[in-house]
Design a binder for this molecule. Structure first.
Ligand SMILES: *Cc1c(COP(=O)(O)O)cnc(C)c1O
Length: 877
């Protein structure tokens, strides 16, 4: 072992000979990470070094000798390919795409803030689903021409690398990344007098007279620039330097400072970037999860400190909200950042937002509602208050979020809480196996591939589908054997003991995958609930299954590490170790082989805690079938023929009972449905008696294959990140841009008006009362189709009928008098009764038999509000 360790590392960038110089640009634009031809070009430069560099173009170029580079530069055919690839990249970067065909409501620029971005294993700035989603969001935006700019942090060590001790305990290491060796460019001011321009420098004041400085790195994700702030700069003191040391490293102040840098520093970085490059200012700000929420404070600070026309707090808030979209990503309380209010106060009093009254900031995150803790500052709550539009990440998660945050809109029905949903998606070119795209291309042509003709899956022969599945499984098994041996060597085993790893897993056995982060709710070890039953499934002579498992536990989560340990100890048993493996260090590189290689993708979270889940989507686009609890995306997309639903125990069961019931349902599905169908037992009965590697395998299991085709054809378009981007653009970005523009037009006329109106309405509201309601027209025996005239006498305090909407809500009346299946109709203002009292009236048609009820409610109405619940004010009869 080398005992001399570097205290600082740097990477010397290769100077490429002129004819192949475009390789540098091809290596720095991350489009290579999903553009197969560019990857193939890099691989062909030196296949051995490509493997050694772990498919990292910059590392590859740095490791090719000068002699070989010169040889490459003299190779006319190669030079042509390089030039061709560069021209293709230029075309991709400049040609009009989907977004360029949209109307003028489409924003000129959208800023997308996220605490993590998972784009490629080469830039390990992600811990799991949230980061990968953000990466897929940028890639799909690029493909569609959406003018997005990403904003995040550059973590010196990213997330940790996972290995195992001999005793199967998770070990974490944090190899330090050298930004110069990454596909990043330091953002600089323009060069002057032939000298390189100075790096862009962002500063935030910290308590005790300290300052936090950061540089800004730019990654190019196709057409989308991603700005990453880095506090590891010489002008910082030691502590400030460490702020961007690692992803989700420390807690408390460390975490808070990361988030201040991300949100507030991020807006500052954007402004400099805009100025340097002449790109238009963002018209929409997308806060991807609460962690990035301080961006809203920085924008309020900008507006309140404007030199010409400073806005008031209320005006700045109204203006900022109009153009902000907030996405909440988890119903798990531990996933939501909560700080002590005094902590937030301490930092803001250092002068982070000098024009903004600190008390106002504290109010934004305060949990001053039923079930909240008023001394806590909640980042999700602030996110919701700073954004006029908000969403969850799957339909079910929308429902759960509306319930979870209902306290912010007291008096409203859960269905009216202004949180919508956009179901996540996955970037297909990143996640579909190259073998699948080449099959599609060979059989149907490049155009069908480009058009995303998933329906053509039905036209592929059963034999081709089945043969491809086997290839993908075999490819995974090669990777598993390599990784398993490496893992055992790290655990201290000698090569001589490891012969068995060369034959683990069987390319003809039903392969089931389970890989994701290991928080408790994802229940990594549910499959171990009845170890004997699992063992029997693995070793079944006719219908064996094999399992490939991976996942990192948060370094501070010992319960997660214990689950990994329990699982690994089970896999260490010589009786089953050829059928079940745990692979350490789950990352994008592993995932890309894992999803395609698995026949079945397993997911068994505690419903409804999985907000969306995307790994099952990645499996689906590769023809794997999902076997999952009906949670997240699967709850809305399972259709009976694209996989299996693991039944959920009812909510009254204790957690132990729940695990028992659900594990047993899982085993049963595997035994009676999944395995028999995979082995085509129904058609090839008897042939399997000789064991799994005999001729029984020759029959194509037609039902299984038809499920694969159905999955590809139906889920392919539904789970793609392009569909997700279409939804964000149409349902959130365009409306936010329209609101935002209206708010700021004519020197913030509408924002000012809305702010003044809101404050008038808020102070009048306690005096808004539905005093009396009567109805005429219903006979002794009302019938369906009868018309009912409703009169409501409402005290409006000093508000006018134009300030409010008075509606009748009617529906089925429950025993508790709660209304279900509500329909609403607005009542008209009929008469000013004097003394602030008004008569509103309207009619409704009784649309159902049985128990029927109605009520009258009043809420504020203004054209600049995006929903009737927006102000959280309602007066119910
Ligand atoms: C897709 C993906 C995830 C997210 O998986 P979920 O099942 O949605 O939690 C995490 N890590 C990696 C490497 C992934 O590719």
């Amino acid at each position: 072992m080398a005992l001399v360790k570097a205290i600082r590392r740097f990477t010397v960038r290769t100077v490429l000979p002129e004819p192949i110089r475009p390789l540098a640009r091809l290596a720095t634009n991350l489009r290579w990470s999903w553009h197969r031809p560019t990857r193939e070009l890099f691989a062909s430069l030196n296949p051995a070094l490509w493997e050694e560099s772990q498919h990292d173009p910059i590392a590859l170029l740095g490791s090719i000798s000068r002699e070989q580079l010169q040889d490459l530069a003299n190779d006319g055919e190669l030079v042509n390919r390089v030039q061709g690839a560069a021209a293709d990249l230029d075309r991709y970067l400049s040609e009009p795409r989907w977004y360029q065909g949209l109307g003028e409501d489409a924003p000129a620029c959208i800023a997308y803030f996220s605490p993590e971005f998972g784009i490629t294993e080469v830039l390990p700035q992600y811990s799991g689903g949230l980061g990968i989603l953000a990466g897929d969001h940028l890639k799909a935006a690029s493909d569609l021409g959406v003018p997005l700019i990403g904003v995040g942090l550059l973590y010196q060590a990213g997330y940790f690398k996972q290995s195992l001790s001999r005793d199967a305990w998770q070990q974490e290491t944090y190899p330090v990344l050298d930004p110069d060796g990454l596909p990043l460019t330091l953002l600089r001011h323009p060069a002057k007098d032939g000298a390189q321009g100075k790096p862009v420098h962002i500063s935030l004041p910290l308590p005790n007279g300290r300052e936090l400085h950061a540089h800004v790195w730019r990654a190019d994700v196709g057409r989308v620039p991603l700005l990453l702030l880095d506090s590891n700069v010489p002008s910082n003191d030691e502590a400030a330097r460490g702020i961007t040391d690692r992803l989700y490293g420390g807690g408390g102040d460390h975490r808070l400072q990361q988030e201040l840098l991300l949100g507030m520093g991020g807006v500052k970085a954007l402004r400099v970037y805009q100025e340097l490059t002449g790109t238009p200012a963002p018209e929409v700000f997308h806060t991807n999860e609460g962690h990035a929420g301080f961006l809203g404070i920085e924008r309020i600070q900008e507006a309140m400190s404007d030199a010409h026309e400073p806005l008031s707090w209320d005006e700045a808030l109204a203006a900022g909200r109009a153009s902000t979209v907030f996405t909440t990503h988890t119903p798990v309380p531990a996933g939501i950042d909560r700080f002590e209010t005094v902590q937030i106060k301490h930092f803001f009093e250092a002068g982070l937002a000098p024009a903004v009254p600190t008390e106002r900031i504290l109010e934004l995150g305060r949990e001053n509602f039923d079930g909240g803790n008023p001394s806590v500052f909640n980042m999700a709550v602030m996110g919701l208050r700073l954004a006029q539009r908000a969403n969850g990440v799957a339909k079910l998660h929308g429902v759960v979020s509306r319930e979870m945050f209902a306290g912010l809109w007291p008096g409203f029905d859960h269905s009216e809480i202004p949180i919508t949903s956009v179901t996540n998606g996955v970037h297909v070119p990143t996640w579909v196996d190259p073998r699948i795209s080449s099959l599609a291309r060979n059989q149907f042509g490049a155009e069908a591939e480009a058009l995303g003709r998933w329906d053509l899956a039905y036209n592929v022969s059963d034999e081709d589908v089945w043969a491809l599945r086997r290839e993908l499984r075999a490819q995974l098994i090669d990777d598993v054997r390599r990784r398993l041996r490496a893992s055992w060597k790290k655990r201290g085993a000698a090569d001589a003991e490891l012969g068995w790893t060369d034959s683990v897993l069987d390319p003809d056995v039903l392969t089931i995958g389970f890989a994701r982060r290991v928080p408790t709710y994802k229940r990594l070890t549910l499959m171990l609930r009845d170890p004997a039953r699992l063992k029997a499934l693995l070793l079944d002579p006719k219908h064996p299954i094999q399992l490939v498992i991976a996942g990192k536990s948060h370094p501070a989560d010992d319960a997660g590490k214990k689950m990994i340990q329990d699982l690994v100890k089970f896999t260490d048993d010589p009786q089953v170790r050829h059928r079940i493996v745990f692979l350490p260090n789950y990352d994008i590189a592993m995932a890309r082989t894992l999803f395609p290689g698995c026949d079945v993708w397993l997911n068994n979270p505690l419903r409804p805690l999985e907000a969306c889940g995307t790994s099952g989507m990645k499996a689906a686009i590769n023809g794997s079938l999902n076997l999952s609890v009906l949670d997240g995306w699967w709850d809305e997309m399972y259709d009976g023929e694209n996989g299996w639903a693991i039944p959920t125990a009812n909510n009254n069961a204790s957690s132990e009972e729940r695990d028992d019931i659900e594990a047993s349902a899982l085993y049963e599905l595997l035994e009676t449905q999944v395995a028999p169908r995979f082995y085509g037992t129904t058609v090839a009965q008897g042939a399997g008696a000789a064991g799994p590697s005999e001729s029984s395998r020759e029959t194509v299991p037609t039902h299984w294959v038809s499920m694969i085709k159905h999955t590809l054809a139906n889920l392919g378009p539904a789970v793609s990140a392009e569909r997700m981007l279409h939804d964000y653009v149409n349902n959130l970005y365009c409306p936010a841009a329209v609101s935002g523009r209206r708010a700021v037009a004519e020197s913030f006329k509408e924002a000012k008006e809305l702010a003044a109106w809101t404050s008038k309405v808020r102070s009048a509201w306690p005096g808004v009362v539905v005093e009396h309601v009567d109805s005429v027209g219903v006979s002794e025996e009302p019938q369906v189709g009868d018309t009912l005239q409703v009169n409501a006498y409402v005290a409006l305090n000093n508000l006018t009928p134009d300030d409010v909407s008075v509606e009748v809500a009617f529906g089925r009346a429950e025993d508790t008098d709660e209304l279900e299946d509500i329909v609403v109709a607005e009542l008209d203002s009929l008469e000013d009764l004097g003394g602030g009292r008004h008569l509103f009236s309207g009619s409704l048609v009784i649309n159902r038999s049985g128990s029927f009820g109605y009520t009258v409610r009043v809420f504020p109405k203004h054209s600049a509000l995006a929903s009737k619940a927006e102000l959280g004010l309602i007066a119910n009869a």
